[in-house]
Design a protein around this ligand. Structure first.
Ligand code: GLC
Length: 733
C-alpha cells in the first residue's frame, strides 16, 4: 500500500492579488449573482463557468477536471474569478477517521485537529478548497440519523472539538495549498429536530439556544471558521435559511461573523415547501435578506435575483455585500494568486495518515463492560470471530464517505487473522449483514464458538441506516443480532461484544449476558488494527462516551445536564413497575420524575468509559471558596494511576449552580483534560475558571454569571462524587 501524498505538478504563471472593490466595480449584475451560485458538477458546467454564472462547484473530485474548470474560470471567463471547490470532507477524505461522534469519544482536541489537517491535505491535493465540516449540532437524540456527525450532547465538548477541527482544516494560513476552508454547520438548532426525525421542526426555547446550541458556533467562529451553513429545518416556525434574526442579525452582529454563509442543499427553494415563502421569488428575497450569501444548488439566486434588483425589491448593496464575502474568501484562500495546477494523479493513501487513523480509532472505542477483567485477552487463546460487522469494510467506514475506499479498510477479521495463528481462529459471520433476520448462519456460529475459548462478537449497524435522513424510532441492534447474542451466550463460552454503530443503541436485552463490551462509532479505515490493539492490550482503552446511552428509547431525550425538577427521583423513589402492588394507593408509587418501567437512570452515563488500569481522584481544591471573579478561580486535584499498567484518562470538571434566575442543570461540563499516567504515577491536574464559565441565560435574557453557591465535581465521568463548594460573590460595580 503505497504512498506519497504529493504530486508532481506543472504550474502556469501565478496571478497577482486583485483589488476586490475594483473587481466588484467591473462586475455586471449577472456576474455578481453568478458568484452567489453554487452548483453540483454537471455536464454544461464549463459553459456556465465561462459565462460567469458559477461562483462555486461541489462534488467534483477529479483533480484534472477541477484544474480544467479552474482554468476556464481564470482564463476564459470575462473577469477570471476562480472557483470555490467544495466537498463534504466530514471525517477524512481518502483516509477515513472515526465518524465525528467517535472522534468526540476520544476527548482529544489535538488528535481531532491533526486528523482534520490530514483530511485537508488529502482533499487540497486534489484541488478541493472548501469542506462542509465541522457539524456543530448539539443533540440529545440518538434516534436522529445525524447524531453520528455530531460531537454529542454537550455544548462544551462540541465547542472544544469543533474549534479544533476548524483549526485542523484551515491551519494558520488559509492560503496555504495544504489547507481548506471550514464550514460551521448547520446553523441553527438542527439537532433539536422533534422526535429525532431528520428535518423536523425544532421547537426550542431561547435559553436552550443560548446555553446549549450556540456555544459551538461561537467557538468555531472564534477559531476563525471561514464559512457557516444554514440548517434545513425551522426554528420555532421560521426556517433557518430565511431567518432574518438568527442569521441576518444575531450571527452577523452578536457573533460578529462577516464570512460567507451558504444555504444547505436547495434549502432556499424549500422555504416554499415549508410554507414560509409563497413562491420562489419570495424565498429568494427572504434568503438574501437574511444574508445567506451563497445558494447551494437551488439556482434561485441565478434565476430570481436580477429581477428582484431591477425592480428594487432587493437593493444592490445587499448583492454587493454577499459578493464581497465570496470574493474575500477566494482571496483568503489565495485563489486569485494561485497558479492553475495541472495535477497528476497521486495515490493518496499515506502510511502516516493511516497510523493517525489507527491511533484515533483506538482512542475512540469505549470499553463499557469488562466483567472479571476478561480483557485484555491473552495471546494463547483460540477465538471465534462472529457477527455481521466482523468483516464489513464498507460499514466500518461509516456515513458521509465519498472518497474513502472499501478496499482500503482493514476489518476486525482481517486484523485478527494477521494477529493470531490460523488454528486459533474460527470465523462464522452468523448474519450476513446488520439487518439480516435469518437464523440460518447460527449453527455455524455456535460451532465456531464450541471450537474456541472465547467469542469475539462484532455487532452494530450498517452505515446506511445512520446519517442524513436515516433516523430510527427503534434503536436496538437491527435484524436478528439480539438472537445471535443469545445463541452464542447459550454456548457457555465467554462472549466479548464489539459494537460498531452510528449512534447510541439500546442494549438492555443482551448487555447483561455478555462478559465485555467495546463500543465504537464507525471507527473508519483502521478499525481492525485498532480493535486488535485494544483487545490484546497493546493499547489501553481511554475513550469516554460523548452521549448518554438510554436503556430504552422511550427514555429519550435522556441527558446528563438535566435540571433537578421539583420532584427529582432518588433510588428509593422508584418501585419497578412489576413490583408495584396491585391496587396500590395512587400516591404510594411514582411520585417523582421517572418511568415506572425504566426508572430514571441511563444504561451508561455521559463521560463514561473503562480502562485496563484504575485511576483515583483526590484533593479537589479551589483557590477561593468565596470568589469575586476578579482573578481566575484555580481548581486543582490529584490524579493517580493505581493500577498495574500505563493508561490515559479524561479528567472531567463539572459545575452546579445551585440557585439561578432560571433553574440550572444538576451538572454541566466546564472543562476536561486527557492525561497519560504510567502505573503508580500521580499528578496534579489544574484548571482555571472565569466568570464566563458560570454564565447562564438569565431570566432577563442576558448570558452572565450570577452570584450564589456553586459546587464543582471532578472525576472520570459525570457520576463522580468528588466535589468542592464555593461561592461566587462579584464585587459591587
Ligand atoms: C446535505 C447536508 C449538508 C451537506 C450538503 C452538501 O444535504 O445537509 O450537511 O454539507 O447537503 O452535500
Amino acid at each position: 500500500m503505497v504512498l506519497s501524498c504529493f504530486m508532481g505538478s506543472t504550474f502556469t504563471q501565478a496571478q497577482p492579488p486583485v483589488d476586490l472593490h475594483e473587481l466588484l466595480g467591473k462586475m455586471t449584475l449577472e456576474e455578481k449573482v453568478g458568484q452567489l451560485t453554487q452548483v453540483n458538477a454537471h455536464d454544461s458546467l464549463p459553459v456556465w463557468i465561462q459565462k460567469g454564472q458559477v461562483g462555486s462547484i461541489l462534488n467534483e473530485v477529479n483533480p484534472a477536471t477541477i484544474a480544467a474548470y479552474q482554468r476556464i474560470a481564470r482564463e476564459d471567463s470575462r473577469l477570471g474569478i476562480p472557483l470555490l471547490v467544495a466537498r463534504d470532507v466530514i471525517h477524512g477524505f481518502r483516509t477515513i477517521f472515526p465518524v465525528p461522534l467517535g472522534q468526540a469519544a476520544t476527548w482529544n482536541p489535538e488528535l481531532v485537529e491533526e486528523a482534520a489537517s490530514l483530511a485537508a491535505l488529502e482533499a487540497a491535493s486534489q484541488g478541493i478548497n472548501w469542506t462542509f465540516s465541522p457539524m456543530l449540532d448539539v443533540t440529545r437524540d440518538p434516534r436522529w440519523g445525524r447524531v453520528v456527525e455530531s460531537f454529542g450532547e454537550d455544548a462544551h465538548l462540541n465547542s472544544i472539538l469543533g474549534a479544533a477541527m476548524v483549526r485542523g482544516y484551515q491551519g494558520d494560513d488559509l492560503s496555504s495549498p495544504e489547507n481548506i476552508a471550514a464550514c460551521a454547520k448547520h446553523y441553527l438548532a438542527y439537532g433539536w429536530a422533534e422526535g429525532g426525525r431528520d428535518y423536523n421542526t425544532a421547537n426550542v426555547g431561547e435559553p436552550t439556544i443560548h446555553e446549549h446550541i450556540l456555544p459551538p458556533f461561537r467557538a468555531a467562529i472564534a477559531a476563525g471558521a471561514a464559512t457557516v451553513m444554514t440548517a434545513f429545518q425551522d426554528i420555532n416556525g421560521i426556517p433557518a435559511t430565511g431567518h432574518a434574526f438568527w442569521v441576518g442579525d444575531y450571527l452577523r452582529k452578536s457573533l460578529a461573523f462577516d464570512g460567507l454563509v451558504v444555504s444547505d442543499w436547495v434549502s432556499i427553494g424549500q422555504l416554499v415547501t415549508h410554507g414560509y415563502a409563497k413562491d420562489e421569488r419570495e424565498a429568494t428575497q427572504q434568503a438574501i435578506a437574511a444574508t445567506v450569501d451563497m445558494d447551494m444548488q437551488s439556482r434561485l439566486y441565478l434565476e430570481q435575483l436580477p429581477e428582484l434588483v431591477k425592480k428594487k425589491v432587493i437593493p444592490m448593496t445587499a448583492i454587493d455585500s454577499a459578493v464581497m464575502r465570496v470574493l474575500r474568501l477566494k482571496q483568503q484562500l489565495g485563489l486569485f494568486s494561485e497558479p492553475t495546477v495541472d495535477y497528476d494523479y497521486p495515490d493518496l493513501l499515506d502510511e502516516k495518515h493511516l497510523e493517525t487513523a489507527r491511533q484515533m480509532a483506538a482512542e475512540s472505542i469505549v470499553l463499557l463492560k469488562n466483567d472479571a477483567a476478561i480483557l485484555p485477552l491473552s495471546s494463547d487463546l483460540t477465538v471465534a470471530v462472529v457477527g455481521p460487522l466482523a468483516n464489513a469494510p464498507h460499514e466500518q467506514l461509516g456515513t458521509w464517505v465519498f472518497d474513502g475506499k472499501d478496499e482500503d479498510a482493514i476489518t476486525p477479521l482481517q486484523a485478527i487473522e494477521e494477529y493470531v495463528p490460523p488454528a486459533s481462529l474460527h470465523y462464522a459471520p452468523g448474519l450476513t449483514y446488520s439487518r439480516d433476520t435469518s437464523h440460518k448462519g447460527f449453527d455455524a456460529a455456535r460451532a465456531a464458538a464450541q471450537q474456541s475459548d472465547l467469542v469475539l462478537l462484532f455487532l452494530g449497524e450498517e452505515s446506511i441506516i445512520t446519517g442524513e435522513s436515516h433516523s430510527r424510532a427503534d434503536i436496538r441492534l437491527p435484524g436478528a443480532q439480539e438472537a445471535l447474542v443469545q445463541a452464542l451466550t447459550r454456548t457457555g463460552k465467554p462472549v466479548v461484544a464489539v459494537v460498531l454503530a452510528g449512534r447510541p443503541l439500546t442494549m438492555e436485552a443482551w448487555q447483561h449476558e455478555v462478559d465485555a463490551i467495546f463500543y465504537g462509532f464507525h471507527p473508519g479505515t483502521m478499525t481492525g488494527p485498532a480493535i486488535v490493539d485494544l483487545l490484546w492490550g497493546k493499547v489501553n482503552p481511554s475513550a469516554k462516551l460523548p452521549m448518554t446511552f438510554p436503556k430504552h428509547v422511550g427514555q429519550v431525550p435522556i441527558y446528563y445536564n438535566h435540571v433537578n425538577t421539583g420532584k427529582p427521583p432518588t433510588p428509593d423513589s422508584w418501585v419497578p413497575m412489576q413490583e408495584v402492588p396491585q391496587k396500590a394507593v395512587q400516591t404510594s408509587v411514582g411520585n417523582t420524575s421517572l418511568y415506572l418501567d425504566y426508572g430514571y437512570e441511563p444504561a451508561f452515563p455521559f463521560g463514561y468509559g473503562q480502562s485496563y488500569t484504575t485511576f483515583t481522584f483526590a484533593g479537589l481544591t479551589v483557590s477561593s471558596t468565596s470568589w469575586s471573579g476578579d482573578q481566575p478561580l484555580m481548581v486543582e486535584a490529584e490524579v493517580s494511576n493505581t493500577g498495574s499498567r500505563a493508561g490515559a484518562t479524561v479528567v472531567q470538571l463539572y459545575v452546579r449552580d445551585h440557585v439561578g434566575s432560571r433553574v440550572q442543570p444538576v451538572r454541566r461540563l466546564v472543562a476536561f483534560k486527557k492525561i497519560n499516567l504510567s502505573a503508580g504515577e500521580r499528578t496534579a491536574v489544574r484548571f482555571q475558571l472565569t466568570p464566563a464559565d458560570l454564565a447562564i441565560f438569565t431570566r432577563n435574557g442576558q448570558m452572565k454569571a450570577e452570584p450564589g453557591d456553586f459546587t464543582l465535581f471532578l472525576g472520570e465521568d459525570v457520576t463522580t462524587d468528588l466535589s468542592v463548594d464555593f461561592t461566587f460573590k462579584p464585587k459591587k460595580p
